[in-house]
Design a protein around this ligand. Structure first.
Ligand code: SAM
Ligand code: SF4
Length: 331
């Protein structure tokens, strides 16, 4: 087995697969209010193409796969894709990131298909504010999805909270409290300002509002009210630093792309819905796998493209302009 090791001796074993660029929400930090021009049907990787890429990459040491988007649950037949990937020998960890809007009715099938665990994005516990942040979302649907995920044993259930100054930072205590008596893993993520190539904040610009990230140190300070944070272990915690309160059933995680980047331990590549391989969330360009695949390329040629991605994986990111939005590159 030839492992994927980049120029900085980081071993890559994690592939994030975006299955669609479409989304049923318009989160203020992720998408312009009018949405983005969707990819055409033909431009999207077919399930058997995703399967082929993942199958090859297992041979090079990928053993962890996350299905993401856009919103993965709006991709027709996504449960079938879960089943395909879950049945690939070598995929040890199969997870999904979703906004939870459609989740309740999918949980049972996802679990039966072999999904192991789930991350649900939720930025406010206040129905009105949730609607303002997502433009169109109903909070109760996400809460129902979370309950169902707990009930059906998708384990662990993580809640991703992007913290923005003046928008939802007043809710960090309420979110943290959710971890006290439920096995919920709350992860506070520093908002990342995506910029265009000229450096203007891409999304904030279109929202006619500006918001800023809240450093994790400030969030931690606020959480002291609930007690001391003790280091904890959570499956698949990735770059999150995890803690719990003394008697809590769940945990608290901090993801700090802004105040303390975690590039030195980055183990991931990203495959976009239109079949481009991105070495880093902030890479200028993705390596086109789809075109080659559709012209009959196989194991060896695809391996070369993975190697090219490794060569282009930067030592660390500088949150800089690449004209990308998260929903397109797959958060
Ligand atoms: N639609 C799904 C969801 O929202 O969970 C999956 C895709 S979304 C792009 C993946 C994650 O990226 C979400 O947890 C979202 O909150 C996060 N995200 C999107 N834009 C972000 C930004 N500018 N800064 C930090 N996190 C962001
Ligand atoms: Fe959609 Fe997820 Fe982006 Fe929100 S964060 S707009 S749910 S892709």
């Amino acid at each position: 087995m030839e492992l994927l090791i980049d120029r900085y001796q980081r071993r890559i074993n994690y592939l994030r697969v975006s299955v669609t660029d479409r989304c049923n929400l318009r989160c203020i930090y992720c998408m312009p209010p009018e949405g983005i021009k969707p990819l055409g049907h033909e431009d999207i990787l077919r399930f058997e193409e995703i399967e082929e890429i993942v199958r090859y990459s297992i041979d090079w040491g990928i053993d962890k796969v996350r299905i993401t988007g856009g919103e993965p649950l709006v991709r027709k037949g996504v449960v079938y894709l879960v089943e395909i990937l879950a049945n690939l020998k070598g995929v040890e960890d199969l997870s999904m990131t979703t906004n939870g809007i459609l989740l309740r009715d999918y949980v049972r099938d996802l679990k039966n298909a072999g999904l192991q665990r789930i991350n649900i994005s939720l930025d406010s516990l206040d129905a009105n504010k949730f609607h303002r942040i997502t433009k169109v979302g109903r909070l109760s649907l996400v809460l129902d999805g979370i309950e169902e995920a707990l009930k059906r044993g998708l384990e662990p259930v993580k809640i991703n909270v992007v913290v923005m100054k003046g928008i939802n930072d007043d809710e960090v205590l309420d979110f943290a409290k959710m971890s006290l008596d439920r096995p919920l893993h709350i992860r506070f993520i520093e908002y990342m300002p995506f910029c265009d190539r000229k450096g203007a904040k891409l999304i904030a610009k279109t929202q006619k509002s500006s918001f800023e990230f809240v450093p994790t140190s400030i969030i931690r300070e606020r959480l002291r009210e609930l007690g001391e944070l003790i280091p904890a272990e959570v499956r698949g915690a990735g770059p999150a630093k995890s803690f719990r309160f003394e008697k809590s059933l769940g945990t608290i995680g901090f993801i700090t792309p802004m105040s303390e980047h975690f590039c030195a331990t980055c183990n991931r590549l990203r495959l976009t819905a239109d079949g481009k391989l991105y070495p880093c969330l902030f890479s200028d360009y993705g390596i086109d796998i789809k075109t080659l695949l559709r012209t009959g390329a196989g194991y060896r040629e695809i391996k070369e493209l993975f190697e090219e991605a490794l060569k282009n994986k930067p030592e660390k990111h500088f949150i800089k302009g690449n004209d990308q939005v998260m929903s397109k590159i797959g958060g």
